[in-house]
Design a protein around this ligand. Structure first.
Ligand SMILES: [Zn+2]
Length: 448
């Protein structure tokens, strides 16, 4: 028996595929992660705003998100905390929770809410965007439980971004959605805009709240040190908060999708490229160690996975504009030297057939006829050497009596220094042909 289903979001707008009749997806197999349903409603063609619609819509969105994930990542036998998690389509009706414009995953449930303000009631469980986002949290938590309680803002922001990326991928798994999306990949569209309905409810609740407008994946937000950002800000302002900061990574992911898809794609191309992007994202999420600069770390893990997928591709990853200025000057095969701790923007750049690498691994011969670009902050590393014979009474750390202090060039300055030294050494030992190339390389060294 068919059900009514909204494939994207109730307020996705005129360009989005409208509510349509679909077959209800089958329940999750018993031997895989799945859901415990609450207050099941009779299957049928229910109208939005009714308990019947909310139950089947929320269930369909959750299972669709799961199926999408499994098509790229393989079967998931269990969630972090067990095989079945509660799918609570309306925690207000089900448990008497306070009405609120909200939705969450908390390791035991996926919970959605109703909220009435300004004469309108919003059900967060009616949005496939929102439901898929929460399922995304649960999926990431299943493969990376260490990210759940992470102290790093970027890692928790990645959790939010991952939810939005799962919402994008879930939408793109729907043929009608792809059809509507294909013509407007590079302009603002219903697909890259997430949770329109829920953000409208937040706007009615608190018009100046940061989340009072939808999160856009098509954005030009630039990475900044989170601690330099304000803690609060008006709708859409980049602030030091997970959902807001997440848009930077989601933006990078959408940029990657756009770059892969290209102009005027066929449906087959879109499906193939979405699959590539999804697999890279999942590999990045699986393999990136938890760290302060988690976005960049995931990006590097994605670049490595990309090379394993195709060692001959010349794809470059530009984390939000840091390399935009250099694009004109750098081509595939050129060498990028980076100061890993300092160059926070760069996702990864590498020559064909080799990963982005620090200078020490670049053989001199590789530098011939290549441009060499040093990117990163010029720093001064200060060193202190001394003796430690006792522990501090205040903390379990040794007390140091300094015997020597010195400073050296650090960060990108050190890379620059070393590049110059290596090129000079190359000049001394080079054959006439190589010498000319060596000089050419040296003249192209620049620092920024
Ligand atoms: Zn979230």
């Amino acid at each position: 028996m068919p059900i009514n289903f909204v494939p994207n979001d109730p307020l996705a707008g005129a360009g989005a595929p409208a509510m349509r009749q679909v077959s209800a997806l089958a329940n999750r197999p018993n031997n895989r992660a799945g859901f415990t349903f609450h207050s099941p409603q009779p299957q049928g063609l229910h109208q939005p705003g009714t308990p019947g619609f909310l139950f089947w819509q929320c269930r369909q969105g959750a299972i669709a998100a799961f199926k999408t994930w499994e098509s790229y990542a393989g079967a998931l036998p269990r969630w972090f905390s067990g095989r079945r998690l509660h799918l609570v389509q309306n925690a207000v009706a089900e448990f008497g929770e306070t009405p609120q414009p909200n939705a969450f995953y908390d390791r035991s449930s996926f919970s959605f809410f109703e909220f009435t303000q300004g004469g309108k009631t919003t059900f967060s469980g009616e949005s496939t965007d929102v439901v898929a986002h929460e399922i995304g949290h649960g999926l990431l938590d299943a493969i990376r439980p260490d990210l759940w309680d992470t102290p790093f803002l970027e890692a928790s922001a990645f959790h939010e971004s991952f939810g939005d990326c799962v919402a994008l991928l879930t939408a793109l798994a729907d043929p009608q959605t792809r059809q509507a999306f294909r013509a407007r990949v590079n302009s603002q569209n219903f697909l890259e805009t997430t949770a329109e309905d829920l953000s409208d409810a937040i706007r009615r609740f608190k018009p100046n709240h940061n989340a009072a407008e939808p999160r856009m994946a098509l954005n030009t937000l630039q990475w900044q040190l989170p601690s330099t950002l304000p803690a609060t800000g008006g709708p859409g302002v980049l602030i030091n908060e997970g959902h807001s900061f997440a848009r930077i990574f989601t933006g990078c992911f959408y940029d990657l999708l756009r770059e892969l898809i290209g102009n005027n794609p066929t449906d087959t191309v879109v499906q193939q490229k979405v699959s590539t992007a999804a697999r890279l994202l999942i590999a990045g999420a699986r393999n990136a160690p938890d760290s302060t600069r988690f976005f960049q770390t995931v990006g590097r893990a994605m670049a490595l996975a990309d090379q394993q997928l195709d060692p001959h591709n010349e794809r470059r990853y530009d984390f939000r504009g840091a390399l935009a200025a250099t694009r004109a000057r750098m081509g595939p095969g050129d060498v990028l030297l980076y100061a890993p701790g300092e160059l926070r923007h760069v996702l990864a750049v590498y020559p064909p057939g080799g990963p982005a690498r620090p200078l020490s691994r670049v053989a001199p011969a590789d530098l011939s006829a290549r441009r060499v670009l040093v990117l990163g902050d010029v720093m001064l590393d200060r060193y202190v050497r001394g003796e430690a014979t006792r522990l501090s009474p205040e903390a379990p750390i040794p007390v140091l009596r300094p015997t020597a202090k010195w400073a050296t060039l650090g960060g990108a300055a050190r890379k620059f220094q070393r590049a110059r030294a290596e090129l000079k050494a190359l000049e001394k030992t080079a054959t006439p042909t190589n010498r000319r190339l060596g000089r050419g390389s040296r003249s192209a060294v620049a620092s920024s």
